[in-house]
Design a protein around this ligand. Sequence first.
Ligand code: ADP
Length: 493
Amino acid sequence: MSKGLNILFCTSEVTPYSKTGGLADVSNSLPQELNAAGHPVRIITPKYGTLDERRLRIYEIKRLTNIEVPVGDKIAICNIKSSFIVSPKGKAQVFLIENEEYFGKSSPYVDQKTGKDYPDNDERFIFFNRAVVQVLGLLGWQPDVIHCNDWQTGLIPAYLKTIYAKDPLFHNVKSIFTIHNLAFQGIFPHTSFLKSGLPENIYNEEGVEYYDKFSMLKAGLVYSDAITTVSENYSKEIATTHEYGMGFEGLLKKRKKDLYGILNGVDYSVWNPERDSLLPFRYTSKELPLKRENKKALCKHFNLEFNAETPVIGIISRLSDQKGFDLIKNAIPEMMKENIQFVLLGSGDKTYQKFFEGVKKKYTQKVGVHFGFSEELAHLIEAGSDMFLMPSKYEPCGLNQMYSLKYGTIPIVRATGGLADTITEYKNGKGNGFLFNKYEPAEMMKAIKRALKLYSNREEWIKLIRQAMAYDFSWEVSAKKYIDLYRSIMKKG
Ligand code: ADP
């Protein structure tokens, strides 16, 4: 067997230390899968706010304290702490970067009071990127591949190809950059670029400049040895149209031979109704009455009356335009005419929050809402709902539709990005969900109505549930694709 690769996985969020979305789940489970396949992985991430260091077993590393990291004219001090992610797959070491000024607040990117990005996000992530490269020299461990994720790590490939290019430590180190969401582009003024310490001669169209601004996403896209994104369909979409490429379609087209779509997997040690410790009732596809008990618990949680004939449609999501909330907003009067109950767990855009508060007031008997972040409630919604609605405008991969399948909660999704790669219309006894194409409320309603019609046929519905639960999106296949890709870029000069 060939020797395992050393991989450094750089990410701005990873469970259980931080989470705003799917990236945190991926950053936890992919490294463990790589480790299980014989490749030593270390994760490096900011340590936000005040974590319970005892519970999470976070320890200081004496020799990795008071490290000086230049950020513009300042010298920022960084401490590295160590922890381990442990699961049935094995364990992976996590290095947490600590700096009170930049990461003292517990929310990763957005000021919870104002709902706006932190004004110093440029410095916060320039610091993080520079610290990663700087710290590597002190670890006594050389990665073969540095795996970067989203704009918050976009400068790392640029540092490797410029100011650290002659450093023997990085001589054979390759980088890959994974796009989890192209809408977040890390765009800042030229003054922010100056704080990065990158050479002025890359501030141009071929380099990190993007319409007279500095884009940290672009840095990752230009300087990494390979680019990946989290589904095959999205990899095609973003290199084809402006709608999906969001201004980067030209660059992505240019780098098409280095662009790969690798579907995210699911960590079934966390998202599996058979052993989900957060559920009141665990169940398999042969124990569906127990799923119904979870539905009762879910209805109780939201103060809704349980009725076996009334399907519960669930949503767990960031409240943002991306997730199709304007469609739902327009379709609510139509939806409420149907025999359904609707439960929503979400955080984000305050205007959507206000809107759904209004919906709850108007349709008290049919609607339940919970604003905020709750891992426990997310699991209960997956288990207790009958259907899961995900009408995204665009969706790089999407995890919840895959989680839903495992819980026998039938996805109703728009056929875009990873949703189109994982969900197929249930027809003639085949398929696992309901889809619509055009981004229009009426189209979404048609898909919902097809689901409701089938729901009233108990026998068929149970058949569909069992079929959905049998789908397997575990990480193994995708992790192997990453490993093949790491090896192929290592071969490049
Ligand atoms: P994205 O990363 O675009 O937000 P994904 O579907 O890839 O969407 O991943 C979302 C992840 O975040 C899932 O694990 C989902 O359960 C979780 N999530 C989203 N909103 C909440 C919330 N309010 N409370 C708990 N978990 C949430």
